[in-house]
Design a protein around this ligand. Structure first.
Ligand SMILES: N[C@@H](CCC(=O)N[C@@H](CS)C(=O)NCC(=O)O)C(=O)O
Length: 309
């Protein structure tokens, strides 16, 4: 898990943290949208993802729900992230890079910006025509995909105008405590930083649990982007975050409304196909050797996401 400084790769394992040992996530640097500079054309843009990564998973769910599979092709990296970063392979569930036949994701970053400084994250939405990264920020990629629904499924709208403010408010509200919060727990370098992160995480999960007692989805009866942003973390919670990231005050299966919500979204047509628990577990337990030095992937837990809702 290395990073670039002025286009030079530094392979050392480096989880950025502040003076108190709290994990610091850097902001995504490529922030364009479809429009004048990047007009949408079927097949022009290529999506690079990891099935393990929750941020990528948001983009894969929205791509699936909007039926964009044949207009936005995808490549899937190997679940193991090494000091060389994400790489392509012929492994089960992986899809190599058809654009350049690349070995590493990081090669895209220096193609887009030869003096790039920063981490080489997925998802990446790549413009084949101009040879650059349109966006590497999942929340913005899913909004762009939602805007393409007229091409395929005009009836699906995950950011309907009347619910947009509420959906965005939820997404922003649980981002740091839940989506990023599990990483803040797992990558804490001090007791103090961990205590703060785990406390914030479960306070927010309890709030969400109470909120979902009254509603099917976060904004009521309709599924919105915020539900997808929450789901990708909940899916990984019991299989990975409870043990690997020490998010273990409670499990999702112990919180009836969050557990019902997780199964509901999982069973929504088009979602289960995007969930690859083998890649998810392989990635976290094998890649973060500072957290799990043996790299051994646990067998369980047994969880039935297909259970009755
Ligand atoms: N804010 C970004 C975060 C993406 C991100 O952090 N992806 C992780 C995978 S879960 C990654 O690629 N990490 C590689 C690294 O940090 O070197 C988004 O939402 O798209």
């Amino acid at each position: 898990m290395g990073h670039f400084i002025q286009g030079v790769w530094h392979p050392e394992d480096h989880f950025p943290s502040d003076q108190k040992g709290a994990f610091q996530r850097a902001a995504s640097q490529f922030r364009h949208s479809f429009g004048e500079q990047f007009p949408f054309e079927p097949g022009r843009y290529h999506l690079y993802v990891s099935h393990a990564c929750p941020w990528c998973h948001r983009t894969m769910i929205v791509r699936s729900l909007l039926g964009l599979e044949d207009v936005i092709p995808v490549s899937v990296v190997d679940p193991l992230m090494t000091e060389e970063g994400w790489h392509f392979s012929e492994g089960e569930g992986c899809i190599p890079d058809p654009v350049f036949g690349l070995e590493f994701i990081r090669e895209l970053y220096v193609k887009a910006d030869p003096s790039y400084t920063g981490r080489c994250t997925v998802p990446i939405l790549w413009d084949i025509q101009t040879g650059t990264i349109v966006s590497n920020e999942s929340s913005e990629i899913i909004r762009m995909f939602n805007g393409l629904r007229d091409h395929k499924k005009p009836s699906v709208d995950l950011a309907p105008p009347e619910l947009l403010a509420e959906s965005d408010a939820w997404r922003d509200r649980f981002y740091n405590s839940v989506n990023n919060g599990v990483y803040r727990c797992g990558f804490s370098r001090s007791q103090e930083a961990y205590d703060e992160a785990v406390q914030e995480l479960f306070v927010m999960l309890d709030e969400l649990e109470a909120h979902l007692a009254e509603r099917r989805f976060l904004c009521g009866d309709r599924m919105t982007e915020a539900d997808i942003c929450l789901f990708v973390t909940l899916l990984r919670f019991d299989p990975v975050y409870v043990t690997h990231f020490k998010c273990n005050l409670r499990r999702i299966v112990d919180m009836p409304n969050l557990w019902r919500f997780t199964r509901d979204v999982f069973q929504w047509p088009g979602v289960a196909e995007t969930c690859d628990l083998r890649h998810i577990k392989e990635h976290y337990f094998r890649s973060h050797r500072s957290v799990n030095p043996s790299g051994v992937v646990p067998a369980g837990p047994e969880i039935d996401f297909w259970g009755l809702i």
